[in-house]
Design a protein around this ligand. Structure first.
Ligand code: NCD
Ligand code: ZN
Length: 344
């Protein structure tokens, strides 16, 4: 096969930031994606419906004229979130989902949730109104090893929340373990999981062997190879539980190449070429469309995009190693292998 046509893909987990960074990265996502779930972890976070409306306006202003791109907004769940505001924002067509960050788990998560009992009324209102909860699934306890934080979260936090709130639709964001794959598979049609591009490509050796590679550091951190293989199997299986959420998370180079570097891989630019390469190598090109364009909308109760995207295989495609932003250079994720599939 040297050409493949898909429904236009969507990105079900994306960081666009604000200001100069937003202006630089919004066109990168708008080029290949029809819709994206926009993460609300700005400083300060997007907490209310009114803040989501204002942020959506700034995003739309940063997207090139005529681009076929719709930002789907989320609210950042805090212990003070008002259930009525969330339900109204959904009914008014402002937000698509709510994001749960355990406080301290990742970039700009300080306003997240410490005591999960405090958000129970919001979760119950969301279950009632059919508003999905997007979950950053890592515990933050200092005594839990960083490589175990996802598995422990499933057992200690996620499973109890789902049992206490039957009917709540949950997306396990950016799963990185076989434990995540297995739990997502067992959850029936109220449970979905996003998988990033970079977690299909790298394991923890890529970050640490031969010198520390800050541009491969993200959260949840990449795990050992057996977990990457479980993610690859899940993504390429066609199983409707799993869909693409790139978690493309831009940080300028000085913030990454630092004594205390930020977490996040920027993959918006070359994700579709990388995925085509990965799916082809797995003998699953015919299931790429399910992962990038069908399973996500089905979970969110939306139609797939009408527009089509064609990728063609040929001589290696080159992407810029860095993108210039008004805030400084931004490194594009390097998969470490040549990319032969070009988005036409
Ligand atoms: C994200 C960011 O930079 O906002 N970083 C990351 O490593 N993925 C936050 C997140 O999704 O955890
Ligand atoms: Zn993220």
């Amino acid at each position: 096969m040297t050409e493949i046509t898909l429904r236009r893909p969507d990105d079900w987990h994306l960081h666009l930031r604000d200001g100069e960074m937003l202006s630089a990265v919004a066109p990168e996502s708008a080029r290949h994606f029809g819709r994206a779930i926009i993460m609300p972890n700005l400083v300060p976070p997007v907490v209310t419906g009114a803040e989501a409306v204002a942020y959506r306006e700034r995003i739309l202003a940063a997207v090139p004229d005529g681009a076929d791109f719709t930002p789907l907004m989320t609210l950042y769940l805090t212990e003070a979130t008002d259930p009525a505001d969330v339900v109204k924002a959904k009914q008014d067509g402002i937000v698509t989902a709510v994001k749960l960050y355990p406080a301290g788990a990742t970039t700009n998560s300080a306003s997240g949730v410490r005591d999960f009992d405090k958000v129970r009324p919001v979760l119950e209102a969301m279950a009632e109104a059919s508003i999905p909860l997007c979950v950053h699934g890592e515990v933050v306890d200092a005594e839990i090893d960083i490589f175990d934080r996802e598995a422990v979260f499933i057992e200690r936090v996620l499973d109890p929340i789902r049992r206490a709130t039957p009917g709540l639709k949950v997306v396990m964001e950016h799963i990185t373990t076989k434990d995540g794959v297995d739990y997502a598979r067992s959850g029936g049609d109220t449970l979905g999981a996003t998988i990033t591009t970079h977690h299909l490509v790298i394991n923890r050796n890529h970050i640490l062997v031969g010198g520390i590679k800050p541009h491969y550091y993200c959260l949840p951190v990449a795990k050992r190879e057996s977990h990457r293989l479980a993610l690859l199997e899940a993504a390429t299986s066609g199983d409707a539980t799993f869909f693409l959420g790139t978690d493309s998370a831009p940080h300028v180079d000085p913030a990454k190449e630092s004594g205390c570097g930020c977490a996040g891989c920027f993959t918006a630019t070359n994700t579709m070429s990388i995925l085509a390469e990965v799916f082809e190598a797995a003998g699953a090109l015919d299931r790429l469309e399910a992962f990038t364009s069908l399973n996500g909308p089905a979970f969110y109760g939306l139609a797939p995009n009408d527009a089509r995207t064609t990728l063609r295989k040929g001589a290696p495609v080159s992407y810029p190693a860095k993108i210039e932003t008004g805030d400084g250079p931004l490194t594009v994720f390097d998969p470490g292998f040549p990319l032969h599939w070009q988005v036409l």
